[in-house]
Design a protein around this ligand. Sequence first.
Ligand code: TRP
Length: 327
Amino acid sequence: MKKRVLSGMQSTGKLHIGNYHGALEHWVRLQDDYNCYFFVANYHSLTTLYQNSKEIYENTLQVAIDFLAAGIEPDKSVVFVQSLVPAHTELHLILSMFTPISWLERVPSYKEKMSNIELADLTTYGFLGYPVLQTADIVLYDANFVPVGEDQLPHLELAREIVRRINHYYGETFVEPLPLLTSFSRIPGIDGRKMSKSYDNAIFLGDTDEQIRSRIMNAITDPARIKRSDPGHPEVCNIFAYHRIYSSSVLSQIESECRMGKRGCVDCKKECFKNLIASLATVRERRYNFEKNKDYVKDILRDGSKKASEYANKVLNRLREKMGIIY
Ligand code: TRP
């Protein structure tokens, strides 16, 4: 029996190469060895975008397109949208009855938001319950493993606590999920900060060649290099971080030429662009084709959501029966 995997991403916008190398690429590899469920967490995006929920509609499709372009295959994995599987909202409500507020108030993402006065105003009942909804997402599929980045570990820990509490009251009902750490190396944005849509420093899978070229040509390299002959420090260079991913066959040559001041940043960026385009060619071409065929993407999502619902409803009823809320 294959073990079960579930993961998801919020629909806050198109995905970038950091999301791809940090998560999607790993998900794709899990598909053959596990029963995989991958979904777009569009209800989770409402916690921050509730005033602009119309944006979420298109963003959800864009994230799904990124999943499929990356190589998530609907014949191998179940690909679905959270809002098309009502069991998530129902289980979220039930779990909320079992979750002490104090457990939620000590989740780092919540504490961080509350310490920021401007954002604290935006904090809602739903935002406090964000990790409860995430727990519902996970346990509805009996997931053994949840591939996530480090920032999600506290959410996983909370999910495990909620599972233990339910299992304590009602006997073995839910599987206690384990994290599967994926993003061990973080890719910097072109300015050296964390790659993020909100910093305007990201390279998106859906960008055109021209957009990618201009991103790379504008990237910050080693600030100590003013003249071409100045010795470089690849370890602080954002372009070198990309070379590590896209130029592995010539990496040591790039590194030594940079250190000796024999390679200019402009040439180095051109080579980076060329190798990035070559590495991501398949993904970007698939993306282009899915983008032209959104009706097909919607069909995939509806179909996947139907399959997801079948499984999730069984798990939900397992609990509802034990609780005595089903007749
Ligand atoms: N909170 C996750 C993130 O921001 C997205 C998410 C929602 C998720 N539900 C999930 C991830 C369930 C894994 C499992 O990245």
